[in-house]
Design a protein around this ligand. Structure first.
Ligand SMILES: NC(=O)c1ccc[n+]([C@@H]2O[C@H](COP(=O)([O-])OP(=O)(O)OC[C@H]3O[C@@H](n4cnc5c(N)ncnc54)[C@H](OP(=O)(O)O)[C@@H]3O)[C@@H](O)[C@H]2O)c1
Length: 308
């Protein structure tokens, strides 16, 4: 029975990372936050009083020394640092780390066709999980867990129409195909709780790629709820997933990686996409995560936005 007490977090100062650090600290883990000496990150920061270590993510020695005495490494590194995780994996193995959680936290990259356009953008993530599998096979005391979460729902609502499909200010909504397809969505605080759940259940989650979600939701669910709660109709525009995909492929051909948003919208919302989290694929039961209440989350967002 493996037990995890000490946890180093890579990129824990970031958009998702600060929620993960918060939940790990609340759950009683001994947390160390890693940051680049060159970091210009100011908001959000690590919490006051947390043990912080400056590292160079390209240096095996720097990372090995930061990982000494750590039972687990959780990487929440931002997209531009994804490829550097292979050095961190090597350093974790050498330092005797028992569990490595890579910076996945989105769509299930194990289910993405490797010759698909979206794989051209998230290929770095796929390669890191392949590398973890290799390293864990060669070093039985070293294990990994990949976590797919779907979209960061609380962040997407606040990031605006492109991600959430709803523009509250203009009272508009954009629907892909029929709008009925449900997608996997997680609150960032729940992702923090999911990481805690994985580290508290190390045996059940060893060398697995798991899925978690606060809920599955469709744009039509969201539109109905916003209209009901605000008592005001949204003007709906329809888009076809084939057109969104084609526009994404054209962007990618020009080297424009904002094509990811096109591919993500199709992945989530194309009629028949089937990428909501199924009961069969959900690890919520194993890691002890409760489903969330969509109405409660949307009500809080509407209040915060001044729409209620
Ligand atoms: N599912 C979704 O909706 C969704 C949305 C956004 C992101 N994600 C995924 O979630 C994970 C974390 O993303 P995030 O948005 O939280 O990341 P982020 O805030 O952009 O970055 C996290 C941290 O990584 C470090 N970092 C940033 N750029 C770096 C670079 N070039 N090299 C090395 N370190 C760098 C920074 O820490 P220091 O400055 O302290 O070193 C930063 O605070 C990623 O895997 C991302 O793809 C998913």
């Amino acid at each position: 029975m493996v037990s995890i007490k000490t946890v180093a977090v890579i990129g824990g100062s970031g958009n998702l990372g600060h929620f993960i650090v918060q939940e790990l600290v609340s759950a009683g883990f001994d947390v160390t936050g890693l940051t680049r000496a060159s970091s210009t990150n100011s908001t959000p920061k690590y919490p006051d009083g947390l043990n912080i270590v400056n590292v160079d993510y390209s240096s095996f020695d720097s990372l090995k020394s930061a990982f000494a005495g750590q039972d687990a490494v959780v990487s929440v590194i931002g997209s531009l640092g994804i490829a550097s995780q292979t050095v961190a994996v090597d350093a974790a193995v050498a330092a005797g780390v028992k569990r490595f959680i890579p910076s996945e936290f989105g769509i299930n990259t194990r289910k993405v066709a490797r010759d698909s356009p979206i794989a051209k953008i998230i290929g770095g993530k796929i390669a890191v999980v392949d590398y973890l599998q290799e390293k864990a096979s060669a070093n039985p005391s070293f294990t990994w867990t990949g976590i797919s979460t779907g979209i960061f729902f609380d962040w997407a609502l606040r990031a605006g129409a492109l991600l959430s499909g709803i523009n509250l200010k203009d009272k508009t909504a954009t629907v892909v195909d029929s709008g009925n397809e449900k997608w996997q969505a997680s609150l960032r605080s729940d992702i923090g709780k999911a990481v805690v759940g994985v580290l508290k259940h190390p045996d059940e989650t060893a060398n697995k790629y798991i899925g978690t979600a606060t809920f599955n939701v469709s744009i039509n669910d969201l539109i109905s709820l916003v209209e009901e709660l605000t008592g005001s109709k949204l003007a709906v525009t329809k888009e076809s997933s084939d057109d969104i995909q084609k526009a994404g492929e054209e962007k990618l051909a020009q080297g424009d990686f904002s094509a990811f948003i096109n591919f993500l919208r199709v992945h989530n919302s194309k009629d028949g996409a089937g990428n909501a989290l199924s009961n069969e694929d959900s690890a919520n039961g194993i890691i002890g995560l409760q489903s969330g209440d969509l109405r409660e989350v949307v009500t809080a967002w509407l209040k915060e936005s001044g729409a209620l």
